[in-house]
Design a protein around this ligand. Structure first.
Ligand SMILES: *Cc1c(COP(=O)(O)O)cnc(C)c1O
Ligand SMILES: [Zn+2]
Length: 398
């Protein structure tokens, strides 16, 4: 087994395989060995072979891929006359309907490579379902830790995969750290939100966008951000494309958060170098409701370096954006709609003429159909005999 190199995103301390975070408390990332020539391109067998030159050396001997990645980059039609090119990277079409599958796939392969037979995560949403799906498919013992206040409607879409679910009473934010600590002694691989393999998985979003734009780098990428793992992956992907000589620039990254839980936006706006815990987070965008994101400081460092920005969106505008995206044919989770809402705000604050902008739509709206009751729906009725007459009339649209 070839060992992987890891490096701290803050202090630069190097580690070998088997670590998740640095002694200094900050997250680690995988060091990708420099190659003379790097080639990437879509390969029908999946993300591993498509991007192998820029991914850690993992093998999928047992065909565990579920077809993650290769998601559409959809042009959004509501661009203004400024010539802005706006795209949605539609992650809702992944095997368990969110981008988490990219990282779960690599984490499962990494766990197997390192001899684990037990995988787990801390999550009540998309990551839980994703790890459950990939863990069970791989034949690994699979344990999901959830908060004890989780509603039943969120438990059943996780338990359907046949994993073990444990409700943990106590501080849910702290559970992330306790699980990684417990993992050291229990032979359990915790594929939590921002572990190095998740970040590697999210890199493939950057690679795909680059290829789908005809080997161009967008000017801006808007990412709904919670733990910060996905944003770190997307940035690392573009950074490695540049380091390998495939591209000349890195997009400016926009962190999109909900006003009801925006620790990264608050820290960035006040020029702090560290995030502060949010005490009473409250938003309908549950997938991005982390009050103390484990990669929050790492994200702040990235934003500073690449001239990035943060945007926080209130609840009414999240719902409005969810509706607008649906009018474009894309029904995504409130958390994903936050990225789209952030665009309107950006447009009013800066010149986006001729800019290429990508909004990452992280997960499917069907995950939380309960949100539909927040949106008005208007249905007409008619007797069969009057159908023709009714169809001739102009509808009363909402
Ligand atoms: C996990 C998730 C996010 C947040 O990603 P992080 O890597 O935690 O920042 C955003 N949207 C959806 C739909 C998610 O499932
Ligand atoms: Zn460190």
């Amino acid at each position: 087994m070839r060992s992987l190199g890891l490096i701290c995103t803050a202090c630069g301390k190097e580690y070998s395989d088997g670590h998740f975070r640095c002694e200094c408390g900050e997250p680690l990332e995988v060091v990708i060995e420099k190659k003379k020539t790097v080639k990437i391109g879509f390969h029908r067998s999946g993300i591993l072979n498509s991007f192998s030159d820029l991914l850690p050396g993992l093998e999928d001997k047992n065909s565990l891929s579920l077809g993650e990645g290769f998601t559409p980059l959809t042009r959004l039609g509501d661009t203004d006359s400024s010539g802005m090119e706006l795209y949605a990277k539609n992650e809702s079409v992944n095997p368990t309907w969110s981008f988490k599958d990219r990282g779960s796939y690599l984490a499962v392969l990494d766990a197997i490579r390192r001899g684990y037979n037990h995988i787990g995560t801390v999550s009540t949403g998309n990551m839980a379902a994703s790890v459950a799906a990939y863990g069970k498919r791989a034949g690994l013992e699979t344990t999901i830790l959830v908060s004890d206040s989780i509603p039943d409607e969120k438990v059943s879409p996780i338990s359907i995969y046949g994993c073990r679910i444990i409700k943990v009473a106590g501080d849910y934010g702290q559970l992330y750290y306790n699980s990684l600590e417990a993992a050291k002694n229990s032979g359990l691989y915790f594929a939590n939100s921002d572990v190095p393999m998740r970040v590697e998985g999210s890199k493939t979003i950057a690679f795909e966008v680059f290829l789908q734009l005809g080997e161009r780098v967008p000017d801006f990428v808007v990412v709904p951000t919670s733990s910060g793992g996905n944003l770190r992956g997307i940035e690392k992907g573009f950074r490695e494309l540049r380091e390998s000589g495939l591209s000349a620039s890195i997009p400016r990254l926009i962190v999109a958060q909900a006003k009801g839980c925006c620790p990264i936006d608050l820290a960035f706006s006040s020029r702090a170098s560290e995030i502060t815990r949010i005490h009473h987070p409250k938003t309908i965008a549950h997938a991005i409701e982390n009050p103390y994101p484990p990669s929050g400081n790492a994200v702040l460092r990235i934003l500073k370096q690449n001239d990035g920005m943060t945007v926080a969106i209130d609840e009414a505008n999240i719902l409005k954006a969810q509706r607008s995206l649906a009018n474009n044919g894309l029904f995504v989770q409130p958390a994903s709609a936050v990225a789209y809402a952030a665009l309107s705000k950006l447009r009013s604050e800066m010149d986006l003429r001729k800019a290429i902008v990508v909004a990452v739509l992280t997960g499917s709206g069907l995950k939380y159909p309960a949100i539909l009751k927040e949106h008005s729906s208007y249905v007409e009725s008619t007797a069969l005999a009057s159908l023709e007459e009714v169809l001739k009339k102009r509808p009363t649209l909402h």
